[in-house]
Design a protein around this ligand. Structure first.
Ligand code: CFM
Length: 540
């Protein structure tokens, strides 16, 4: 089933004219003959539209900072924001020292009406004292929710005084929910804080071993990061820090010693990847450990970067061994999945990352998009100079980063860097659009109404979704697979993760549940008519 401009118009015509004009810019029909197709992204959702987006607080505390396990993350605000961002993302963590894993706690200043009227600074200061006394964490972060910004609590000063008092890292993040158009703003705020206050605070001067890397933008959802690390360690890599899945302040402060930074989720972490290159001279490589082909390619690109024969040999050996193990396991699932179709709509990176894995199972992506990504995640980083800053993006501070006088050093020569850039995505990401098939649809900030309409057009066999949208397709008789928290399953990354994914998707297709529900179009009459009043022609 293909879609054309007329079909799109039919969907958009239900909107008021102004809304239609706006939404039209967020939807593309992929046509490679048109070269770079521009899409509008990272702009405010129109009030009244049922979006799946979150807020800046979610992006800062929930996504980027929250997974650091040896840190107590204080939510400064009313209890709801803390409660609903408590353990819902399935970013797993395990600590050698169980006393230093605080992720299971929900810590909040629980602001009451009197605090909103008279200010919450004293309460916050008291809470920090208590947290230090009870938990003795390696660090504390304080994230602001909406009312804190409105009443003007000076969290930065509270944090500075507490830092001096307790002698540990205590940092505050002005990530009020309304700051920016989505959680994406919060990613940026958190990236700034990690660079300013954490990375580089350790005293390591040299990498602790050969092939020392950091993994950026891997959050260990359902254990993804563990599967990736298993393979990397087997090849011989030394993972210094992960930002931030199963990550720790303890390792993060020495992240400056890495020879290479891997970037898994470009959207949430590209800021610090760039800033680390400027400050320490560490290049970043775009990787994707979702999907078998993408995993193999990422591993091979890493080996090319280090340019070591032994590393390349070991990489091929591990790839061959892993493939021999998983291929027979995938076989029965491939038979179930062959010829099926999907929608792949996730937050900021997975809408792209999962398409390759679907393809390997024989599943075609008809529609894809991101909730809150920016134009570069669709069109590639070459578009960055063309993106005009607006009032919302100017709201988030840009750090002015300069090379660290003592620690900056080029990890590879400038010539080698230039040569590698032609061959591998070093410091570059080409975005989602180029990998999508002609005729497929790309939608930014897909909403509930459009979801229903596109489902009726394409009738996909499965829908990749989050908690807010998953019940729309399910009520229409179409299985959905949450690609945010994996519906309590996972890991889906790397080699073994691909088998888990194939199994879960196959179960969705084969469960008899769907025999009990009919999609709306099944019972709808083929012909539609209207009944006219007979008043004009009738004699009575
Ligand atoms: Fe990156 Fe993520 Fe994603 Fe994201 Fe998220 Fe997430 Fe996501 Mo949900 S950091 S952009 S803000 S890959 S929580 S682990 S699944 S929307 S596509």
């Amino acid at each position: 089933m293909a879609v054309n401009e007329k079909d799109l118009d039919k969907i958009l015509n239900r909107y008021p004219a102004k809304v239609k004009r706006s939404r039209k810019k967020h939807i593309l029909i992929r046509d490679s003959s048109m070269g770079q197709q521009e899409i509008e992204a990272n702009t405010r959702t129109i009030p009244g539209i049922m979006t799946n987006r979150g807020c800046a607080f979610a992006g800062c505390k929930g996504v980027v900072l929250g997974p650091l396990k040896d840190v107590v993350h204080i939510v400064h605000g009313p209890i709801g924001c803390a409660y609903y961002s408590w353990l819902t993302r399935r970013n797993k963590a395990i600590s050698e020292d169980p006393e230093k894993n605080f992720l299971t706690y929900c810590v909040s200043t629980d602001l009451q009406e009197s605090d909103i009227v008279f200010g919450g600074e004293k309460k916050l200061a008291r809470m920090i004292d208590e947290v230090v006394e009870f938990f003795k964490p390696n660090a504390i972060t304080v994230s602001a929710t909406c009312p804190v910004g409105l009443i003007g609590d000076d969290m930065q000063t509270v944090a500075r005084i507490a830092r001096e008092k307790h002698g540990i890292s205590i940092t505050a993040y002005n990530c009020e929910g309304y700051k920016g158009v989505s959680q994406s703003a919060g990613h940026h705020i958190a990236n700034n804080g990690l660079l300013e206050w954490m990375v580089g605070q350790g005293d390591m001067e040299e990498p602790p071993g050969k092939y020392t890397i950091n993994i950026l933008g891997e959050y260990n959802i359902g254990g993804d990061g563990w599967e990736v690390e298993r393979v990397l360690k087997e090849i011989g890599y030394n993972v210094q820090a992960v930002l931030t899945g199963n990550g720790s302040y303890e390792n993060l402060i020495n992240a400056h010693v890495a020879e290479l930074n891997l970037v898994q989720c470009h959207r949430s972490i590209n800021y610090i990847a760039d800033m680390l290159e400027k400050k320490y001279g560490t290049p970043w490589l775009k990787v994707n450990f979702i999907g078998i082909r993408a995993t193999c390619e990422s591993l091979r690109n890493m080996a090319l970067y280090f340019g070591d024969e032994e590393l390349m040999r070991k990489t091929e050996e591990v790839i061959a061994r892993e493939l021999a193990q998983i291929e027979p396991q995938l076989e029965p699932y491939r038979k179930i999945c062959a010829g099926k179709t999907t929608f792949c709509f996730v937050g900021g990176s997975r809408g792209h990352h999962y398409q390759g894995l679907y393809e390997e199972l024989g599943i075609d992506t008809m529609l894809a998009g991101y909730e809150f990504a920016h134009r570069d995640d669709y069109e590639g980083r070459d578009v960055l100079p063309c993106i005009k800053p607006d009032a919302d993006s100017k709201n988030i501070p840009e750090l002015h980063v300069v090379p660290d006088e003592r620690r900056y050093r080029l990890k590879i020569t400038a010539e080698k860097m230039a040569e590698l850039k032609d061959r591998i995505p070093l410091g570059n990401y080409k975005g989602m659009n180029v990998t999508m098939k002609d005729g497929s649809v790309i939608v930014d900030d897909l909403n509930h109404y459009e979801t229903e309409e596109f489902i009726e057009i394409f009738k996909p066999d499965i829908f990749s979704s989050g908690i807010k949208d998953k019940y729309i397709p399910q009520k229409m008789g179409i299985p959905s697979k949450q690609l945010h928290n994996y519906d309590y399953s996972g890991p889906y990354a790397g080699f073994k993760g691909a088998v888990n994914f194939a199994r879960d998707i196959s179960m969705s297709f084969t469960t008899p549940t769907w025999n009990f529900i009919d999609p709306p179009w099944k019972n709808r009459p083929m012909l539609e008519g209207t009944i006219q009043s007979c008043a004009d022609n009738c004699s009575e």
